[in-house]
Design a protein around this ligand. Structure first.
Ligand SMILES: [Zn+2]
Length: 242
């Protein structure tokens, strides 16, 4: 259910694994993604189960319609019956409002400045990392009073740089923008390390209090992996303030 969780000065960070939900194959068990072909009732139940496990209100979770871009939404409440906008980061200064990011190999990024009372969740796959979705989220946090030096950052389970094989030209394009993302697979071919790129971006912005999940989604049977399974569920990362 909840694979990893911690709290820093009243800011909560949590990442799910694939177990503890009600979804059937190929989304078993805890698929939290609403746009991957799974049964809508199962997804709703899974989201309620995850919220209950975290001690948060499922009606006060802000989800995104993620499109691998760099747009950020600043929010003060859940979407309710309104359409969920196409953004890859959400930011709030509302205590008790949880922000959620869905992934299955991409890097989920959770950020919090507990002093300013500002949190952000971002979805950084290869395109989003290159487009700068994480710096955009940090800038939006700063506009609400956050300071990079106080921001606590957590990146969750994602495909690692030893597994994320790409064509040589793609690696060159990525590395031209973010050299830290240059990688090689364990079998010696060109690869990209998106999480390393995200951490390099955060470091340059002055966000030094960072931790990275040791889990590679492609290598872990306890996590959804798009590259391994294609049709599969989505993990979630959640961040919120007391
Ligand atoms: Zn790996």
């Amino acid at each position: 259910m909840i694979g990893r969780r911690d709290t820093v000065s009243g800011a909560h960070f949590a990442f799910t694994d694939r177990w503890g939900g009600v979804s059937a194959v190929p989304y078993e068990k805890l698929n939290l993604g609403g746009a991957v072909g799974d049964d809508a009732d199962a997804v709703r139940t899974n989201r309620e189960l995850a919220a209950k496990s975290l001690g948060i209100d499922p009606a006060r979770v802000v989800w995104m319609n993620q499109v691998h871009g760099a747009e950020v939404a600043v929010v003060s409440e859940a979407w309710g019956n309104r359409p969920v906008p196409e953004v890859d980061a959400v930011v709030t200064a509302e205590r008790g409002l949880a922000l959620a990011v869905l992934t299955a190999d991409c890097t989920p990024v959770l950020l919090a400045d507990p002093v300013a009372g500002v949190v952000a969740a971002a979805h950084a796959g290869r395109p989003g990392m290159i487009a700068g979705v994480v710096p955009a989220a940090v800038r939006a946090m700063a506009e609400l009073g956050a300071e990079p030096g106080r921001i606590v950052a957590r990146t969750g389970p994602a495909v690692c740089g030893r597994c994320y094989e790409v064509p040589d030209a793609m690696r060159a394009d990525v590395a031209a923008v973010e050299p830290a993302a240059y990688a090689e697979t364990s079998w010696g071919t060109p690869a990209v390390d998106v999480t390393a790129g995200v951490h390099a971006q955060l470091d340059r912005l002055g966000v030094h209090d960072r931790e990275q999940s040791p889990v590679c989604t492609l290598e872990s049977d306890d996590h959804f992996s798009y590259r391994r399974e294609r049709t599969t569920g989505r993990l979630a990362g959640y961040v919120w303030l007391d």
